[in-house]
Design a protein around this ligand. Sequence first.
Ligand code: NOJ
Length: 532
Amino acid sequence: MGPDVSWWRGAVVYQVYPRSFADGNGDGVGDLAGIESRLPYLRDLGVDALWINPWYVSPMADGGYDVADYRAIDPVFGTLWDAERLIRAAHRHGLRIIADIVPNHVSDRHPWFRAALAAAPGSPERARFHFRDEPNNWRSRFGGPAWTRLGDGQWYLHLFDAAQPDLNWDHPEVRAEFEAVLRFWLDRGVDGFRIDVADRLVKEAGLPDRPVRETGAPGFGSDGPRPQPDKDRPEVHGIYRAWRRVLDEYPDRAFVGEMWVTDPDRFAMYLRPDELHTAFNFAFLKCAWDAGALREVVDRTLATHAGVGAPPTWVLSNHDVTRHATRYGRADTGFVKRVHDVPSDRALGVRRARAAALLSMALPGSAYVYQGDELGLPEVFDLPAAAREDPVFRRTGGADLGRDGCRVPLPWGGDAAPFEFGAGGSWLPQPADWRDLTAARQLGDPASMLSLYRLALRVRRGEAALGDGPMRWLDLGEGVLGFARDPGFACVVNLSGRPAALPEGAPLVASAELGGPAGRLLPPDAAVWLRT
Ligand code: NOJ
């Protein structure tokens, strides 16, 4: 048998946050028709697959991560018919579709939870959730307690918003239901699933208190001391083994897990050959813009994944974190939790984001692009409070501005908001200076972020034939990251603060103008791909 060249081992996956991608019907909110209309853009960008954040029927208490019906599309996005058409159209454009499955919790409007509310304490309807007469000390990931009290005195558990009751995964009906939901979408042609909070489904029996109370603002950056009773329980792996058996009935499908599990050995357990195919690499996302730290993360990532034969992923941003073009322009470039009162040097952030794009697409494995990163969009901090929708903002009393600032609708063209996002405004206001960042404007500028992404993705797929495979470090001096891949490819990233001499090789793509008389000097905070 030759090497495994399954698509998911080396895919570049573009994350579509549907509310903010493109609005086809002019109601100010993105939708499936909008996505379909922009498929040519995505094909020409050169990505391989789209991960679409939840599109299901939802009251949108958490941007769609509160699902009321897993087998239907929310009317704001379209219909099931539209979803089936989008899947087919994407496939015609050579793009795979990864749906988002949300198994830890449902919406409080889900029929199961409504039935549980209508039923008595101790009823079978309540057994699908975690109802208790007394709460424990767990905190919601969005701030505040993880328990809400009902009129009859019982409390229910929600690790996120009160509108997102946690399911009881010890219940056989819960397990059977999600396997059926997987099949429902596999039968409609989706190529895989992104699994929301994949590490938290199973809770420790008896729901004991957390040993140490969480301190500080809640967020996505840390998973606290371990072991914890509400995450990464060993029994969760049985769920993914069962899911893998379902997926394996369909050819060429793949899972990507969302686990904020920092211990590499525990993380790797989810990627064993009979569990998930891939998982988001948040260690890379959180890493500071520092050569030593990045090299360490890359080494650790490669070792962790090699142990289980899974391809690494390289993730810079998503819909939950501060956009990296903003993070990288700060004095402290690492991501621990969202902060909003810290200055960022826009030019420096963009420069580093360009270099980081080349780094992430050259490393072995699969890479993720969050919508708008290919336009170099910054985080938006000055949204009016009344426009903010993220429950994090509300539950922390505004101490954490939440995630709306990375979810502002995309600027596609034109000189004024909503920048061709749609015909009817945009659900979050776009900054006026995004007129210089529209896709249309960037397409005409060979020096733009969009042109860099398009060129890099073409080279990645074409002459450099990157994707999964081995790499070896090159010794290029302090602060300079360099690695080679066969056949005849090298990537150099200069984090040293002074120009770095390039090793031999003809430049294929560079994130900045090369310097020196022969064009052999790589400026600081820049990256280049070489044919060697
Ligand atoms: C992780 C998702 O990425 C985030 O957006 C959501 O709020 C939580 N899971 C809860 O579903």
